[in-house]
Design a protein around this ligand. Structure first.
Ligand code: AHR
Length: 331
């Protein structure tokens, strides 16, 4: 897979853009028409599907404002076609730099080619695409495979406790993120790889809840209707885990005890549920990408070298950790 090769390669990407092109057309034959030195960034966001996404959008908007970046922002409402349309409109508007968090991994090749032909650098934010790495300058975001691995490791370490009905098998249901999205693919991969270490752990059902609370609730309701031996829920984000909690409680069961729950993100609502004992473990995915994104954009436009892959720092939380971290949690 091209993406995996890229991550491993960690090559250095060089922009041909000079700083003077941030707002003028000098040097490169494209860029914003303004000439006051202001950077114009077009950002095509996935949508507003989760608490994580809301925090991510706020971080990008607040940082752009604080740093005087003219941000043109589009919410693609979870649809790839809207995102591609937004990127095309940024190309037409001759923004200085385009950033986006791809709804899914594939299908962006043509529009990335168009941006390249227009000499507008592209920065991938949060999620990767499976495309020729020369079509974008850098990719800023989490390692989703590692996030899935952390979740799997925790389950392996706590397998005995997680076998709630004591039948010798840890039956796991998985609430997947949006089908085809990098975090859904990679988290499932990392988790599956790690749980291989314990034969008693088995994924008995796996279905998308589209990263939404409602989606998580609906899928969990149907899992509960067809299976009364569920020991563990692995949800690819907090929101789906929170939806699953609602479904579990409605079924007369106690989340965190009768069914263990592992999620990813660590947004405030998730952390509160963890501190309350309704979730058992959360792997952090940091949404506060605004400062790093603006910094990378400036460097790229300045012609500075930037790494092909910029990772974010992340941790994981137990119930005790959540109680300690909650008072200072920003999102
Ligand atoms: O791409 C990051 C993922 O997208 C987050 O984990 C999830 O909450 C969001 O919707």
């Amino acid at each position: 897979m091209v993406k995996k090769t890229l991550v491993a390669a960690a090559a250095i990407s060089l922009s041909t853009f000079a700083l003077s092109s941030c707002g003028s057309s000098s040097g490169a034959d494209s860029g914003s028409d303004s000439n006051d030195g202001t950077i114009t960034m077009g950002f095509a966001q996935v949508g507003a599907e989760s608490g994580w996404r809301t925090a991510n959008t706020k971080s990008i908007q607040d940082t752009a404002k604080a740093e005087g970046v003219d941000l043109k922002f589009t919410d693609a409402q979870g649809k790839q076609e809207n995102q591609i349309q937004a990127i095309r409109s940024y190309i037409q508007q001759k923004v200085d730099v385009i950033a986006f968090s791809p709804v899914v991994e594939t299908g962006f090749d043509a529009v990335l080619q168009e941006a390249k032909a227009a000499n507008i650098p592209v920065i991938l934010t949060d999620r990767a695409v499976d495309a020729d790495p020369s079509l974008y300058k850098t990719f800023l975001g989490s390692d989703f495979v590692v996030e899935g691995e952390k979740a799997g490791d925790w389950l392996v370490e706590n397998a005995k406790d997680a076998d709630v009905d004591g039948d010798g098998t840890v039956n796991v249901v998985q609430l997947e993120g949006t089908t085809g999205a990098a975090p859904a693919i990679d988290r499932a991969e990392g988790f599956a790889e790690k749980i291989k270490a314990d034969d008693s752990i088995e994924i008995t059902a796996s279905q998308t809840g589209d990263f939404t609370r409602d989606g998580g609730k609906q899928v969990m309701e149907s899992f509960l209707q067809s299976d009364d031996s569920i020991d563990v829920v692995f949800a690819h984000n907090d929101d789906m885990g929170l939806g699953a909690i609602e479904a579990i409680e409605a079924a007369g069961l106690e989340p965190g005890k009768d069914i263990k729950i592992i999620t990813i993100d660590a947004v405030k609502d998730g952390m509160q549920a963890l501190a309350d004992g309704k979730i058992n473990y959360i792997v952090e995915c940091n949404p506060l990408l605004g400062p790093q994104l603006m910094d990378l954009a400036k460097k790229v436009l300045d012609g500075e070298e930037v790494p092909a892959r910029v990772l974010t720092d992340e941790t994981a939380f137990t119930q005790e950790d959540a109680k300690a971290a909650l008072p200072d949690r920003q999102y």
